[in-house]
Design a protein around this ligand. Sequence first.
Ligand code: AMP
Ligand code: MG
Length: 409
Amino acid sequence: MTTSNTVLSVEEALAHISQNLQPVCNEEHIAIRSALGKILSQDVHSNINVPPYDNSAMDGYAVRAADLPSQGKVQLTLIGTSFAGKPYTESVQAGQCVRIFTGAVIAKGTDTVIMQEHVECADNMISIGSEHKNGQHVRPIGEDIKIGQVVLKKGKQLTPADIGLLSSMGIPEVTVFRRLRVAFFSTGDELCPVGTVLQTGQIYDSNRYTLHGMLTRLGVDMIDMGVVHDTPEATEQAFLSAAQCSDVIITSGGVSVGDADYVTDTLQRIGKVNFWKVAMKPGKPLTFGTVQKATFFGLPGNPVSAMVTFYQFVRPALLQMMGQENITPFRITVPCLSRLKKRPGRLEFQRGILEKNEHGELVVRSTGKQGSGILMSMSQANCFIILPKACEHVEVGNHVLVEPFAGLI
Ligand code: AMP
Ligand code: MG
């Protein structure tokens, strides 16, 4: 166990968290339509070839390559049509061809497709020149997936393309890890839920709503436990009831060293604290531990810090617990259009806008004010600008590392 005064680097904290997680191992069979975002608990093999037969990649004419002329033109007799879903079933002999449409079975005896734009057709005869290649425009059996092939591996988080792949193999259900149960609450006497009128000294609770959004994106089961008051009794009570019903507990606020910060104390008393300071900005105080069997993350109260620590630590941890393998953040280096203030000593996650300049090249600029209470910076941003611990101010034109918020899938 790391003492509460230890300051860890972001890398050490990530490694530490990763080594102390228990993945869920219960599985469930679900329909593929419900499997988006779920994580496979078993490899998926294909029982068929995809495509299941040689078929045409074009609308045109299926011919025998042996009939194609090396120069000049050849005339072939049109003897039938192969539609997608309605194949031509007879054999095609020398000197013959069939009309064929995209996706239709390549007729017996033929092996090459000539695009309709490249032939002349009159009176059931077609005329073809010498510019064609043997076997062209044919999608061979098993081109996409071979029978017996491992198509999707255990630990893969299913994307829309994966759901499509599964259906292309005729697989109606998959085996995935069960959903993670995550309980979360905000701590703070000043916090008011939306829908009520603020009294002097109160603010609206935003962390519970951002957390709800971020957890929804991860596809976990959520237990929203509301706002917990700043007393040791209320905090302990909330921890214990959260531990009864969840795999993971996430709180925000109450993790610094203020008089009314009871999260870390309570965790020390009734659970296990692994560490609580990370050399990063924003989000320096972060608590990680366990309460009974539940994994515990205590996020800082400041709204930007809560989001940054969620994305950098909690999200990968939840994915690991959900059974996902290969959780590497996608990061790229681009020129920075803004001057960024930075002191050495902490790794910073500033908020940026990644965009194209007039030459079509990716560049990033700052969202502006970077205070940990300025949630607008997260709302306006589409990426983190990641500045290493030792780095000082960034000048205009310097290259910086960015982590885009959203991918296509
Ligand atoms: P704390 O970590 O509890 O000291 O909170 C740090 C700052 O974040 C304080 O200004 C709190 O008012 C603010 N804060 C804490 N929790 C929330 C929340 N759920 N929503 C919005 N602001 C919060
Ligand atoms: Mg507080």
